[in-house]
Design a protein around this ligand. Structure first.
Ligand code: MN
Length: 746
């Protein structure tokens, strides 16, 4: 075995040691007993184990685990156990060190955490649907939350250093991050990490827009700090009189959240007034926090007029992710709306670092704790055998964002549910059996439909009957992942019973044809684009799939094969969610060279431009392989892209435009403007067809009270021509906005 010194140069070794010493200095205040020795031992083991590995940037690999350990401590607020585990997080996966050795050296607890992290990474490399992988992430979450928190630190460091990665890998990582890690960070209260996840993802998928907003924030910085000073000036004196230390900050909102606003509200950057929130943080003992926050509130609203609907009191009842703060929006100088957040130093730490900080203050595990009850719900949902990974994930995800609502049982037990939850959700939250057998629900003593949306403070009484059971329609009445999973599970039980008949029929038919059962059943599942054998049996039982169809096959050596004469003409229903239009046949020769896949001309592939985002030459794109329909080309910022990449990352191929073509591509624009006069359509079409020389494919316009919204579908040659068209339209006098559209519903 060569020596360490032969693998890593002395200059690099100095750098490595310096990084580690810096980490240790930071950690000093929290180290107890053998912590220091164990951290040294973990470091020494990791340096040795990773000595021949390098990161994509060329740096020694060991710098990565050191930095992940630092993030765990400094940015997430975890302690020595997590630091040791983070230092070791990649050794079992990447080197010869085994879990047994780790257990011998560092004990069971650390071995378990490292094992969890190794399994997560192992899965990541297998070509399995990401959903399955992510379900595993969550299983480790309920076992020891630290595994997921360390994984978050690992992910953020990989994202911060993603530059040297090839573009298609960046896109895949970005998709997975925005699909699960960002929402999970939000749910765990890791606000800063969540924001950074989203910003880096946006920087990868929409680099131009990101740079644009970034420079605008920078350009308006001075103006903003001046405004904050002016806002605070009349308050300063009165807050000082309350006589405790306080500080005021006014950081701008993140780039991705500003971009969301621009898109959702359809307004330009300049018109977003709440680019920042003013935060007043007071340093007071725990028992004074609440009253002091309200005193500060009172001082502010003596000077500025508050908007009552915007008052949010998460001091009295914290959010489900532990967040505590008092928010209000007031009308500040120059009539601008200003959001003010009032909180204590403790609340601020929880708001920034989330979960770990929450536990630090909470101390002992309290079963009524907001996190505990949340983790219990995940545990129950995970236990549900019948739910597929994808169903589980989409249910789970829909519960990650958003606010909560509180309801009470007749005995006064409080249940926290996501906002929008129904009375039936509440029944499932009390107990699975209560949900299963719910027949009638009373809210505040009045009978309500099961889909009734509960409000804060509702008192809910559920009556049950043994004969009641869930049906398909119930799925529409609930929003929580738990209720959905339980209802689905009941439905699947039902389907399985019905499927038995289909199974018998099919097996009999196959036997008669002298065909193998097992492998042919699996082949038929694929042939019909179904997800499982159970689905096939059910489809046969309900005659959605007809057994007479089997005539299309002949049996060769026990295997079913589509008869030759039919192969070409039999349409196969692919379970593809997205329709596409094939590139014009006339230009086929030219089109073959239109796109490069992984750097090669795409001529050997059949490819389509996806209709959900209508990519045009010049757009940043990727290719998605769908086994039956060839390749589909999407824009990297297509609304479907995140989902596809996160679920089927292994099907993503790098794609780029090879050259220009004389062919036309579809681009849809949404135009809003004032003046609904009859001349609008004429004026717009003049500009587009005569002045710009672009063909209009379709055009519809709708006016309401001096304001109109037009949808124009254009046939254009490339992105430059499209950008020019957008600029020209934007410059027209009566036009307010011009936005390129996606069709997420196709
Ligand atoms: Mn790592």
């Amino acid at each position: 075995m060569p020596h360490l010194a032969e693998a890593i140069s002395s200059i690099e070794l100095t750098k490595v040691n310096r990084a580690f010493q810096k980490l240790k200095t930071q950690l000093k205040p929290v180290l107890q007993d053998d912590d220091g020795l164990n951290i040294d031992a973990a470091f020494n083991l990791a340096v040795e184990a990773h000595k021949f590995q390098r990161r994509k940037s060329g740096e020694p690999y060991i710098l990565h685990p050191i930095e992940v350990a630092r993030i765990c401590y400094a940015e997430i607020g975890l302690g020595p156990t997590a630091v040791i585990s983070a230092l070791l997080h990649d050794v079992v996966e990447d080197t010869d060190v085994t879990i047994e050795e780790i257990r011998k050296l560092f004990g069971d607890k650390i071995a378990k955490i490292v094992d969890g992290l190794t399994k997560l990474d192992g899965l990541y490399n297998v070509e399995s649907p990401q959903a399955e992988n992510l379900k595993k992430v969550l299983s480790t979450l309920v076992y020891d939350v630290r595994v997921v928190l360390i994984k978050m630190a690992d992910r953020i460091h990989n994202l911060r250093t993603i530059g040297p990665m090839p573009r298609h890998k960046q896109l895949k990582i970005a998709a997975e991050t925005s699909f699960i890690y960002a929402p999970l960070a939000h749910r765990l209260g890791l606000y800063q990490l969540k924001t950074e996840f989203e910003d880096i993802c946006m920087k990868i998928t929409e680099p131009d827009t990101y740079a644009d907003i970034e420079s605008k924030i920078f350009a308006t910085q001075q103006e903003r700090s001046k405004y904050i000073k002016e806002f605070i000036k009349p308050l300063n004196h009165s807050i000082k009189e309350l006589d405790f230390p306080f500080r005021v900050t006014g950081r701008p909102k993140s780039i991705s959240s500003i971009w969301n606003k621009i898109q959702n509200k359809n307004v330009p950057f300049e018109e977003i007034y709440d680019l920042f929130a003013v935060r007043i943080i007071v340093d007071v003992p725990r028992n004074k926090e609440k009253s002091v926050c309200w005193q500060v509130y009172s001082v502010i609203t003596d000077v500025y007029k508050p908007i009552p609907e915007r008052l949010k009191d998460w001091v009295t009842s914290p959010k489900g992710n532990g967040y505590e703060s008092l928010h209000t929006t007031v009308i500040g100088p120059m009539g601008k709306f200003v959001e003010v957040q009032i909180r204590s130093e403790r609340m601020d730490e929880i708001a920034e670092k989330g979960f770990a900080a929450h536990w630090k203050y909470k101390g002992v595990k309290d079963q009524n704790d907001v996190y505990n009850s949340w983790l219990n719900t995940i545990r129950e949902t995970l236990d549900e055998q019948h739910t597929t990974a994808i169903e589980f994930l989409s249910d789970f995800k829909s519960n990650l964002y958003g606010e909560e609502v509180y309801g009470f049982t007749p005995k006064g037990d409080m249940k926290i549910l996501p906002k929008g939850a129904s009375a039936l959700d509440f029944a499932f939250a009390i107990h699975t059996d209560v949900g299963y057998h719910a027949t009638g629900i009373k809210v505040n003593n009045k009978l309500v439909p099961m889909g009734y949306v509960i409000s804060n403070g509702d008192q809910i009484h559920v009556t049950t009957s043994k004969n009641q059971k869930p049906n398909e329609d119930w799925l529409k009445l609930v929003v929580t992942s738990k209720a959905k999973a339980k209802i689905r599970s009941a439905m699947k039980e039902d389907r399985k019973k019905k499927g038995e008949l289909g199974k018998e029929d099919l097996e009999r038919k196959l036997k008669n044809k002298n065909a193998h059962i097992d492998e042919n059943v699996d082949m038929l599942v694929k042939y019909y684009g179904l997800n499982s054998r159970a689905d096939l049996f059910y489809s046969i039982a309900t005659e959605q799939v007809k057994l007479t169809d089997l005539k299309k096959f002949e049996v060769v050596l026990g295997k079913l094969q589509v008869k030759k004469s039919l192969e070409e003409t039999t349409p196969i229903q692919a379970p593809e969610p997205i329709q596409t239009h094939k590139i014009d046949h006339k230009n086929e020769e030219e089109n073959k060279n239109l796109i490069l896949i992984n750097g090669e001309p795409a001529s050997q592939y059949k490819f389509f431009l996806s209709q959900c985002c209508n990519p045009v030459p010049g757009d940043s794109i990727f290719a998605y392989t769908s086994s039956l329909a060839g390749l589909k080309i999407h824009r990297t910022n297509c609304p479907n892209a995140t989902n596809l990449m996160a679920h089927y990352g292994y099907r993503i191929l790098k794609a780029e435009w090879a050259g220009m073509t004389s062919q036309n591509f579809v681009a849809d624009l949404l135009i809003t403007g004032t003046d609904t006069g009859p001349g609008v359509i004429r004026e717009l079409s003049n500009v587009i067809s005569d002045q710009l020389g672009i063909n209009i494919r379709s055009f519809s316009i709708e006016g309401k009270e001096g304001y109109y919204e037009g949808r124009i579908s254009l046939l254009i040659r490339n992105k430059d021509q499209l950008s020019q068209a957008i600029r020209t339209l934007e410059a027209m006098e009566n036009i307010s906005t011009v936005v390129r559209l996606n069709n997420p519903n196709i």
